[in-house]
Design a binder for this molecule. Structure first.
Ligand code: 3PY
Ligand code: MG
Length: 254
């Protein structure tokens, strides 16, 4: 059910997640039928819009998997909607200050943790709950608010952001982090400039019992991030899944 991902991660488990920018729910569903633990629908840089996220979450649930939605920068109203549609978690980009983190948590959590408005349209069904009180009691712990750390300002405020009640974890955006830390000189997910911040994020999150997550990219990198202590790691993006799948089959045919 939709709460299983949060339960597993809070218990110290790991998850490897797909990253999907294609707005067609059938693409998300096909990816969900692989061994990925969850599918991220990307509204920030991906092509997903409100309708495709709404349908995509249902399609992914049909394949028995949870969905995570990355909302556009500052679009916390969309974060609430994603939860109402049945998302198991939301990734919010460019969370740089405690105020950003507090605003995000407010839209993600019901009182007393936050100020999420009532109306779990599809969420109750996808959480396997048919009683409003039950959903209310389980939703704050059953859904994940993941704040993206991708600037120097965010790193300066890292501990304070992690200490915001209702923020369940932090999610590193290595491309933006390299871009901002280098002052715009380059963008490189693997650049050593982010090595120390990456280790600092794992340590700060685990010290607080919160979830450290990162955009993992290529398989070797994603594995290294998991080995470093990240509990939630993304692997690749959807155009690569398709192209690599084609090439694997063509190669196998010979
Ligand atoms: C980043 O690396 O900046 C991201 O947001 C991951 O897509
Ligand atoms: Mg980014």
């Amino acid at each position: 059910d939709a709460f299983a991902l949060a339960t597993r991660l809070r218990a110290g488990g790991h998850a490897t997640i797909a990253w999907v920018g294609n707005p067609e729910p059938l693409v998300a569903e096909a990816i969900a039928r692989s061994a990925f633990d969850a599918v991220t629908l990307d509204m920030q840089h991906g092509l997903a819009d409100t309708a495709s996220v709404m349908r995509g979450i249902t399609a992914v649930a049909g394949a028995g998997k949870p969905s995570i939605v990355r909302v556009p920068v500052g679009d916390f109203a969309m974060a609430s909607r994603a939860l109402d549609f049945g998302a198991s978690g939301v990734i919010a980009p460019m969370i740089n200050t405690v105020a950003d983190a507090r605003a995000f948590a407010d839209f993600m959590k019901y009182p007393p943790l936050g100020r999420r408005s009532w109306g779990p349209t599809r969420a109750m069904t996808l959480a396997g709950v048919d009683d409003a009180q039950h959903y209310l009691k389980s939703a704050n712990a059953g859904t994940l608010a993941l704040a993206m750390i991708e600037t120097r300002e965010a790193l300066d405020n890292l501990e304070a952001i992690l200490d915001v009640e209702g923020i369940d974890g932090v999610f590193i955006g290595p491309s933006d982090l390299s871009l901002t830390l280098s002052g715009g000189a380059f963008v490189d997910q693997h650049h050593p400039i982010i090595d120390e911040p990456v280790r600092r994020v794992v340590a700060a999150a685990s010290a607080r019992g919160k979830i450290a997550a990162i955009f993992g990219g290529a398989p070797e990198r994603a594995r290294a991030m998991r080995d470093l202590g990240f509990r939630l790691v993304s692997l690749g993006i959807d155009p690569a899944y398709t192209t690599l799948g084609c090439d694997t089959m063509l190669k196998a045919m010979g």
